[in-house]
Design a protein around this ligand. Structure first.
Ligand code: ATP
Length: 339
C-alpha cells in the first residue's frame, strides 16, 4: 500500500502536449479511475507513473519519495494491460511466479504465492496450462495475478477489460472491484468506459486534452459535474439554459421551486434522463423517438421551443409511443446548475 502524488505533471512529445500540468493524488488503498476521450492523456499519465516516460515537468511521488527519475523496475508497481502480454513459453503458474523470481524470492515461496493468487482469482485449475490455450477472461485474470504477485505498492491497470464481451466484463468488474478492496491496494485504473470507472473506482479523474477537469467520487462527478465537459462526458445529460433566482429554477419553458437554489445564477442546468418523470408536470412535450434498452426505455421528447430532452423511463412504460403528447415533471432537487 502506498500514497501516490503527481505534482504539476506535464509531458510533451515534440510539439504534442499530452499531459498539461496535472496535480493528482491517489490515497492509500484507493482505486482512482482516469477517464476521458481518446488522446486526452490517460495512458501517458499511467506510463509516467510507471516510469516508462519521464515527465517534461513536474514530479511523481510514491509515499513522499520522489521517484520521477527512478526506473520502472525499481518502483514496485504492478501493471495490467489490455493485451495481457503473458509469456507463451511459460505455464500460467510460471507466468505468475516470474515477477517474484526477478525479485529474488526462492522457488517454493514464489510458487506458493502464485498458487495462492490463482486460487484467490478462482483459476487454480489453470496453473499448468499454456497462456495461448486460455480464453480472454482467463488471460485477464492471469495478467492480474501476475501483477499482484510482486506485492506492488501501486497497481496500474490500463483498459484491462477491453476485448472482453459485455456479460463477462460485468462479472469481472464486480469481482475485480471486490478483490481490489479486499487487498486494499492503491491503484490507478485507466478506462474510456465511464460506467466501468463508476463501478470500479473510489474516485474518478476526468481528463480532457491533457488537463484535469474534475476529480471526485463517482456520485460527485455524475451529480455535481464541475463543468459542461464533465456533464457531457460522464453519462447522458440534457444541458439546458437556466436562470436561478429567489429559490426558483427557470428553464424558459417551465419553472420549478426548490430550497436548494439559494444564489442567483445565469447558467446551464444539467438534467439527467432519470431526473425527468412521466406524468402530471409542467413540461409539455411530444415523443419523437423511443428506444427500448432492456433495463429501461429512453425517449427523445420535443419541447414547445423545438429543443429536445432525453428522458429515462422504467421498462414498464410500454404505453408511450412516438407522436404521443406527454407531460413531464422534474426532480428539481437533483438538478445541478453550472454557472
Ligand atoms: P486512448 O484512450 O486513445 O488510449 P489516451 O487518453 O490514453 O488515449 P495518450 O495515449 O496518453 O491518450 O496520448 C495523449 C496524446 O499524446 C495523444 O495526442 C497521442 O498522440 C500523444 N502521444 C502519446 N504517446 C506518444 C509518443 N510516444 N510520441 C508522440 N506522441 C504521443
Amino acid at each position: 500500500m502506498a500514497e501516490v502524488c503527481l505534482e504539476g505533471l506535464t509531458k510533451r512529445f515534440d510539439t504534442e502536449l499530452a499531459v498539461d500540468g496535472i496535480d493528482l493524488a491517489i490515497r492509500d488503498g484507493e482505486v482512482l479511475g482516469v477517464v476521458g476521450p481518446s488522446g486526452c492523456g490517460k495512458t501517458t499519465t499511467l506510463r509516467t507513473l510507471a516510469g516508462f516516460e519521464t515527465p517534461t515537468e513536474g514530479r511523481v511521488l510514491i509515499d513522499d519519495e520522489d521517484v520521477t527519475h527512478v526506473p520502472p523496475e525499481r518502483r514496485n508497481v504492478g501493471l495490467v494491460f489490455q493485451s495481457y502480454a503473458l509469456f507463451d513459453n511459460m505455464t500460467v503458474l510460471e507466468n505468475v511466479a516470474f515477477g517474484p523470481k526477478m525479485q529474488g524470492i526462492g522457488k517454493t515461496e514464489r510458487r506458493d504465492r502464485a498458487r495462492e493468487l490463482l486460487s484467490m482469482l478462482d483459476i487454480d485449475a489453470l496453473a499448468d496450462r499454456a497462456p495461448e490455450t486460455l480464453s480472454g477472461g482467463q488471460q485477464q485474470r492471469v495478467g492480474l495475478a501476475r501483477a499482484l504477485a510482486i506485492e506492488p505498492d501501486v497497481l496500474l491497470l490500463d483498459e484491462p477489460m477491453t476485448g472482453l464481451d459485455a456479460s463477462l466484463k460485468e462479472r469481472l468488474r464486480t469481482e475485480l472491484s471486490g478483490l481490489l478492496e479486499e487487498l486494499e491496494v492503491t491503484a490507478l485504473y485507466v478506462t474510456h468506459d465511464q460506467e466501468e470507472a463508476m463501478v470500479m473506482c473510489d474516485r474518478i479523474a476526468v481528463l480532457n486534452d491533457g488537463s484535469l477537469e474534475q476529480v471526485g467520487r463517482p456520485t460527485e462527478i455524475y451529480e455535481r459535474p464541475a463543468n459542461r465537459f464533465v456533464a457531457d462526458f460522464v453519462g447522458t445529460s440534457n444541458v439546458l439554459p437556466a436562470t436561478v433566482e429567489n429559490g426558483r429554477l427557470d428553464l424558459g419553458f417551465a419553472t420549478f421551486e426548490s430550497n436548494g437554489f439559494s444564489e442567483t445564477t445565469d447558467g446551464t442546468a444539467v438534467v439527467r434522463p432519470d431526473d425527468l418523470t412521466l406524468g402530471a408536470g409542467p413540461i409539455e412535450a411530444i415523443v419523437r423517438d423511443r428506444f427500448y434498452l432492456g433495463n429501461g426505455v429512453r425517449i427523445r421528447a420535443e419541447l414547445p421551443d423545438g429543443e429536445s430532452v432525453i428522458v429515462g423511463l422504467d421498462r414498464t412504460a410500454r404505453e408511450v409511443t412516438v407522436g404521443d403528447p406527454i407531460s413531464l415533471d422534474l426532480e428539481v432537487d437533483r438538478i445541478h446548475v453550472l454557472e
